[in-house]
Design a protein around this ligand. Structure first.
Ligand code: FMN
Length: 159
């Protein structure tokens, strides 16, 4: 491929987002799927993965944006997300677009904890704040999830 060919290839490359969730009763999974829809509305690609599918650093490579989510249990994010964040620490996500989310019942600490780690440790280019929802199916939840995805997509298009 000549120089011209390579250039064209780069220009046509779609931006990609990885949405990783951990859940016990699927509320956080539903949020993840809707965030991915919102990202796709903006023209970017979005892959949704359960945290159980992220086993090695290489599973986190090759994306322009990362959105991590966990439900809150006993005031904390779920263990799978904690483990994955240690993996992500090694994956050099600095400067990549980021967001976090999660379903909760009353206190909802997990999305903020994930958000803070992505901001302070990974030094990512974060959207305005975490998305916390009791359920995607309650009062405007679908719209809120899709809008969060659109926010990620807009940041990707701007960067
Ligand atoms: C044993 C137990 C502990 C929980 N602890 C919390 C908690 O500390 N704070 C909170 O906001 N919600 C708490 N919840 C509520 C869950 O976060 C809520 O049901 C959420 O929708 C579950 O999401 P998931 O379907 O993605 O697992 C708890 C639920 C259970 C069953």
């Amino acid at each position: 491929m000549g120089k011209q060919g390579i250039q064209t290839h780069i220009e046509e490359k779609m931006t990609k987002a990885l949405v990783v969730y951990t859940t016990r009763t699927n509320e956080t999974k539903n949020i993840a799927e809707l965030i991915a829809e919102g990202i796709r509305f903006t023209g970017a690609e979005a892959t949704v993965a359960n945290v159980t599918g992220i086993k090695k650093e290489v599973d986190l490579e090759g994306y322009d944006a990362y959105v991590f989510g966990s439900a809150t249990y006993h005031g904390q994010m779920m263990q799978g997300m904690k483990t994955m964040l240690f993996l992500a620490e090694k994956a050099n996500l600095e400067g990549k677009v980021g967001g976090s989310f999660g379903a909760f019942g009353w206190s909802g600490e997990a999305p903020s904890r994930i958000f803070d780690t992505m901001t302070n440790i990974f030094k990512m280019d974060m959207v305005g704040g975490p998305l916390r929802l009791k359920s995607a199916s309650l009062g405007g939840g679908i719209q809120m999830c899709q809008d969060y995805g659109k926010e990620i997509g807009k940041k990707l298009n701007a960067s």
